[in-house]
Design a protein around this ligand. Sequence first.
Ligand code: ADP
Ligand code: MG
Length: 466
Amino acid sequence: MDTLQPVIKTENLNVVYNKKTSNEFWALQDINIKIYPKEYIIFFGPSGCGKSTLLNSIAGLETHIEGKVFVDDKDISTMNEDELAAFHRTRIGMVFQVYNLIPSLSVLDNVTLPQVFLGIHKGERTKRAKVYLERFGILAHADKIPTELSGGQQQRIGIARSLVNDPKILLADEPVGNLDSVSAVNVMELLNNLNKKEGKTLILVTHNPEHLVYANRIFYIKDGRIIREAINKDIRPETAIEEVERTEEVKKLGFEEKINKELEMLQRSFPGLTSTQLNMLLIPFKAKLLANYLLSDYEVDEIIRIENIVHDRLSGRISKEELRFKLDAAYEKGGAGLNSITAIRLGGVVENLIVKTEIIIKGRGGKDGLLMKNSKQGQPDFKAIWSQITQLRHSFIDPMKGDLTDRQIIRMESAIYNRLIGDFDKKSFYEMLDRPFEQGGVGLNKATAKKITRDLEMVMLLSYGF
Ligand code: ADP
Ligand code: MG
């Protein structure tokens, strides 16, 4: 097999249950991933997010599929039953949380079972099975029935069985979910060895963040979508990395547009709702956006936890102080487990954006819609509008070193105004801030212009719906 090609590839994969009924449910949406030979991949996310569905789709066990799934360049949705069965016997091994062992068969017979279907004769079957039983320290129990062994031992039987036909790909769905912590570490190490020493491509499903260190790459899944990809140690071929980075960039652009569309849709779907009610519906989106914003600069494993904490802050369930405390608190205690400096910094960024957001909301006099609706008898209330713009400008400029001249300030305020009423889009706003003063711009340096643009976009989204 060509090691430069992905072993597994999905193209616009959706899994939709009860399609076109009132129960229609999208368990997976828009999944495009490529997995390369010898990678250790983790699908990570909360319970119900679609991890098992994705693993089963790759295994050819999911029937509600739209889009394509390639394994070794073969589209498995085009396989007939026989081909699929052969594929299962030889190409992939599967390990489950519930060990799926046959209770009436001996340990040895459980492990040899997959070879029976391949027509391998008994002597050879036993020989191969015993190699794994020995390696996994359970050979002495070969003649017992599975339930006579501990959970950790039973899982090792399950893994031996998945390996006995020597598949190149191993799929493991919460394989240590039922084990005590000592057995869990033991099984995790065993799986790690199969990947590192024998070069098995390993895909592990887990919701336990302690497992993340093992993987080369991690796909974070939430509500059926891949929300993030983190890289611990990249072992993909270089050509693949370049390609992925490019597509990531394209995706990022699409993401903001998508969110904007979702906000619009929400407003259209619930025209009768008050702005307060609408805002409640938007909080999860906002939390997601704000978490992405906070975490885009560096690697943090706890994105989902942080998102939940930010959610609590946006909905007013926790205070400014509690936000910092929770970002800092240990993972086991419901915190995000960040170090104190990072927690204080992120907490500060969130509070700073909330303050700016409140300026916009107050400036509108609590009314819905754009700034221009801040009006008396159909006439814009320029005084109210300008006081808001001035406050916003202060909040952006004051923390910066170096003063702006009066004429720079006027241009800056007019740029903010134009952006808020929609006459400027994000790009023209940025260009206005960045352009040299002599050419009619505000004349900020690129980094500052970029940061203010990014902040203002975030603040506009956060204030949406109030
Ligand atoms: P995870 O493994 O991440 O806990 P799953 O992949 O098992 O999540 O399930 C994802 C979602 O799909 C869940 O909300 C689950 O209830 C739903 N789901 C799974 N199977 C079906 C089905 N046959 N019909 C409808 N919904 C389903
Ligand atoms: Mg599952």
